[in-house]
Design a protein around this ligand. Structure first.
Ligand SMILES: Cc1cc2nc3c(=O)[nH]c(=O)nc-3n(C[C@H](O)[C@H](O)[C@H](O)COP(=O)(O)OP(=O)(O)OC[C@H]3O[C@@H](n4cnc5c(N)ncnc54)[C@H](O)[C@@H]3O)c2cc1C
Length: 313
């Protein structure tokens, strides 16, 4: 019996959210007296280091192919069966969201998404989940033999106090994918929005795309990813991949800086779980100030250059 943690690879590296998932999986495994197995689709140069984050075993499936939800779900399900998975931990990323339901059906498992707590086993197997875009919590009891937990990124700490371990390989097969990827566009050389610890975001208050230089400069100086409100991406000022909110990406960085964004409920739905929120807005009545931890009332065109200068100093 084991706790299996599915890991994701991006740019030949394990994602930070996967390292969080392993450290989470390790704690769960300890609580249940199980072993924690990190599952990697392929073997990378740093596969052995997954042991540092809590994996008792690291198992590679030797699949050097692009992720496709149907094929990958079969491979992971097959591995889970062979390794007698009792609990499966994945990260609630785009990949995790497309994998989790398929995996749950194939394994006949109970699935909880957006998990933000350790399992409470005082009565059943309950986890706390963020629901309604983070506006409320739900406590879900997982009743089937196999439990699948999709944990929210940036919620659990990474514990790197373990040691490297020698990866093993496992032979699994699956039908060829019915999905073909014709084209994929990737943001390169920037902090991915969903992985970012700090996000600098701007809205219609920036007046036009030509003014985003200062937003990007501020983000670069802070080591932050950039984001935007919906109208900004709708108008083509910024790419849709940066749109956060109810109809965009939900993020949970440690610091979210909102510049010239009103703070409409639909925007807040995607960012209100950020640990610290700073709003910069010239309107002292802007709704964002009610959700923010810190607020600067003033003109972004004066304040952002001052912040840039202060960071440079
Ligand atoms: C079904 C539905 C789903 C939606 N989903 C989303 C979503 O996912 N994400 C999202 O963002 N929106 C979403 N919206 C839109 C949302 O309701 C708001 O219209 C939108 O968030 C407003 O964007 P904004 O704050 O950039 O623009 P505005 O509302 O125009 O606000 C601009 C702000 O900038 C301030 N400002 C102006 N000039 C300056 C300056 N020089 N310096 C400082 N501040 C300045 C203004 O005071 C104002 O507060 C959705 C709406 C609907 C109906």
């Amino acid at each position: 019996m084991s706790v299996i943690v599915f890991t994701e690879i991006d740019n030949q590296q394990y994602k930070k959210s996967s390292l969080e998932a392993i450290s989470y999986g390790k704690k769960v495994a300890q609580n249940f007296g199980l072993s924690c197995i990190a599952l990697s689709l392929d073997t990378l140069s740093d596969t052995a280091t997954l042991g540092k984050y809590g994996a008792d075993r690291v198992i590679s499936l030797g699949q050097n192919t692009a992720f496709t939800s149907d094929n990958t779900a079969q491979l992971v399900a097959e591995a889970c069966k062979q390794l007698e998975a009792q609990i499966v931990v994945i990260s609630n990323t785009y990949t995790g969201k497309s994998l989790a339901p398929r995996l749950a059906v194939t394994l006949d498992a109970s699935l909880a998404t957006n998990v933000i707590s350790m399992p409470d086993t005082s009565a059943g197997f309950k986890v706390k989940r963020g629901v309604f875009s983070g506006k409320a919590f739900a406590y879900t009891d997982l009743t089937k033999n196999i439990k699948l937990l999709a944990i929210t990124p940036n919620t659990f700490d990474i514990d790197s106090s373990g040691n490297d371990i020698t990866p093993e390989t496992l032979s699994v097969t699956a039908e060829a994918s019915k999905i073909s990827i014709d084209k994929s566009d990737k943001v390169v050389g920037k902090v991915p929005l969903t992985e970012a610890e700090i996000v600098v975001s701007a809205g219609r208050g920036m007046k036009g795309p030509e003014n985003w230089n200062m937003v990007e400069e501020l983000a670069d100086l802070m080591g932050a990813a950039t984001a935007c409100s919906k109208p900004v991406s709708d108008m083509g000022w910024r790419p849709h991949a940066e749109h956060v909110g109810q109809t965009g990406i939900t993020i949970k960085p440690n610091l979210y800086v909102a510049i010239g964004i009103s703070g409409a409920i639909q925007h807040l739905a995607g960012v209100s779980s950020s640990k610290t929120i700073v709003a910069i807005n010239k309107d002292p009545e802007a709704p964002f100030f009610k959700a923010a931890d810190y607020g600067i009332v003033g003109d972004a065109f004066e304040i952002v250059p001052q912040l840039i200068q202060a960071l440079k100093n």
